[in-house]
Design a protein around this ligand. Sequence first.
Ligand code: DGL
Length: 359
Amino acid sequence: MLRKKFTHYFIALFGALFLLSAQAEQAAVKLGNVTILATGGTIAGSGATSTTTVGYTAATVGVQQLIAAVPELAKVANVKGEQVFQIASESMTNEHWLTLGKRVNALLAQNDVDGIVITHGTDTMEETAYFLNLVVKSKKPVVLVGAMRPSTALSADGPINLYNAVLLAASQEAVGKGVMVAMADQIHSARDVSKTNTSTPDAFKTSELGMIGYIQGNKPFFYRVSTRKHTTETEFDIANLQSLPQVDIVYGYANMNTVALDAFVANGAKGIIHAGTGDGSVAAKVKPGLVAARKKGTLIVRASRVGQGILARNGEANDDELDFVVSDTLNAQKARILLMLALTKTNDSKAIQRMFYTY
Ligand code: DGL
């Protein structure tokens, strides 16, 4: 009987010691150092009541408040915060992008920074993410995150989105994946993600090319990666750039005219993205305006307003003859970003077409 009791005590003692050592081991696991760069947006927004999910004020809450609102961040990373801007993202400019891109590269060059999270408005998040995908010179994770509801709303999505983004940026699995967008437990590549709904929490989708993973149970799970070049494979360098070439977008629609196109060209646009109907079709009334702009040296990229699919070269226009470039699968707003960076390297349309098939 005594022997049996002793055995039970020994098993219990051994179990307790094992548990303590496992917990101590977990505590000893080194947490990654993640810097949160805050730029504004709804994730930093506030509304009049807890049921205000539209018509609130974006960009009112500072980065330290965002971090303080999610104490769980300390369980997944050593977090520091910087307030880079405090704007609603519809007001993002090329100058903001250059400032942000240079700050990201400076931080990632530091040995004590393992990853970066950028809190951002959702309106232009896909654009900032793609810009950074083309200019960040590191394999370390860079994750953009936002919210579709302000911090004051019932079921605000900002806190859990921020927690997931920091956890992702601190993970080894995210290294080398390019710039990512983490929203609603999903991981998207910067190149292919779009905001597809004006207001619902699941607004971010990579409709046909597919998101790259999920975040579940405090872990990222990856299932695919983009085949296009990004970050350390980029040929673009913003270190010495103070501005980006002017590129504007004309939107295609029935009964379109060339008033906007002519105004953009007269204003000195170095490139025009034509977001045409269907497979980038050009209305008969508009084609002469594009041809004239090209003859003046303005780069013309045929994109589509549709949102999915490959823009076929020499499909709806004789691009070889007209010396136009096609956008591949990039939407118009992302084609504008690639063309701006391409024009910092060359005006050669064939070299630029290669870039659209590379990034
Ligand atoms: N003004 C919009 C922006 O900052 C709010 C949308 C959001 O952040 O979700 O992008």
